[in-house]
Design a protein around this ligand. Structure first.
Ligand code: DP6
Length: 326
């Protein structure tokens, strides 16, 4: 058996995935469109070793336990089933950004695990099959498989995967991320997806998606930040509206989150082209042109409650590398 290592980037969705039509297969209730984040990385090494008596998983320097370990083992079971392989695996994974804070660590985690795991198991999967496999681990992970700007659609297991809309060098769009909290969220996005249909606004949001998706898709192709930003903010707020009105209610925002949203709108009214979106967490992704990154970053750092600022342009897709973690 060979050892394999893969690098993947998390992605930020401009049209969000929130709610599923199949919980086991991670089939989304709506299509979504995202950008990979070059500056944030997960590196994962996998090796199947006959002498092991169970899967051994180390994430960010500590043995994985609980739900995190179970999700990885379940994913390794999928790889073993595809390859007709018996035997346990050693997995070592490292993020260079804080996990569980709405920075979509599960997207890069399962993209990297799928690529390294399938290669280590002797499978040679094409991009589409890899995207489908990654989706089974974490829905948004399928969008971290292709490079750049990616669209995930499809209502069935065989057809639900992400494809590239534009390569990373198509547009020097930047995500300037205002970190207001590093505390892992108490309700996972997995649980949130299941709660989504309990919101009276769930269906209403889904009805807005075809139009928003078309606007976002066109805006990416045309490199039109204002059109992208308008549609992206609408969908982020609609998704958080669904979260807040689910039963039980999910409130991922912190007071500092609102400070950032308010500031972004004020800066825009002064003529600075910057728009926000948020995942299932309190941190705010501020999208702007490359030429405005320094300005937006400096303004965010000055806001009360912003503890860090991360900056990223569009990133590559998942790929195998030769430097192993063990
Ligand atoms: C709010 O992909 O984390 O980030 O399939 O349970 O792993 P699982 O969910 P996940 O959900 C992501 C939700 C989101 C929006 C998005 O990235 O589209």
């Amino acid at each position: 058996m060979t050892k394999a290592t893969a690098v993947a980037h998390p992605n930020i969705a401009f049209v969000k995935y929130w709610g599923r039509i199949d919980d086991d297969l991670n089939l989304p209730a709506n299509p979504s469109l995202s950008m990979n984040l070059a500056a944030l990385r997960t590196v994962t090494t996998v090796e199947f070793r006959p002498e092991l008596r169970s899967d051994r998983i180390v994430i960010d320097g500590a043995p994985a336990s609980g739900q995190a370990a179970r999700r990885v083992m379940l994913h390794l079971d999928r790889v073993r089933a595809m390859a007709g392989l018996k035997g346990w695996a050693q997995v070592v994974s490292r993020n260079d950004f804080p996990a569980g804070t709405g920075l979509a660590s599960s997207s890069s985690a399962f993209a990297a695990l799928s690529a390294a795991g399938s290669q280590a198991a002797g499978l040679a999967l094409d991009e589409r099959s890899l995207s489908r496999l990654a989706r089974l681990g974490s829905g948004s992970a399928c969008r971290s498989v292709p490079a750049g700007f990616c669209l995930w659609q499809g209502k069935h297991d065989e057809t639900s995967w992400a494809c590239q809309v534009a390569p990373p060098d198509h547009w020097a769009l930047h995500d300037v991320i205002a970190i207001v909290s590093r505390t892992p969220k108490s309700v996972s996005s997995g649980e949130g997806h299941s709660l989504a249909p309990t919101s009276p606004f769930y269906q209403a949001r889904l009805q807005t998606i075809p139009e928003l998706l078309e606007q976002v898709h066109r805006a990416v192709v045309d490199r039109d930040l204002d059109a992208l930003g308008r549609a992206m903010e609408r969908d982020a707020l609609a998704m958080h509206g669904v979260m807040m009105t689910s039963q039980p209610s999910l409130l991922y925002w912190r007071p500092e989150t609102l400070v950032v949203l308010d500031a972004v709108r004020a800066w825009r009214s002064e003529g600075l082209a910057v728009y926000f979106t948020l995942d299932a967490g309190p941190n705010v992704h501020c999208l702007c042109r490359g030429s405005d990154v320094a300005d937006v970053g400096a303004r965010l750092r000055d806001l009360p409650g912003v503890v860090d600022v991360l900056v990223s342009g569009p990133g590559a897709g998942v790929r195998l590398v030769v430097d192993h973690l063990f």
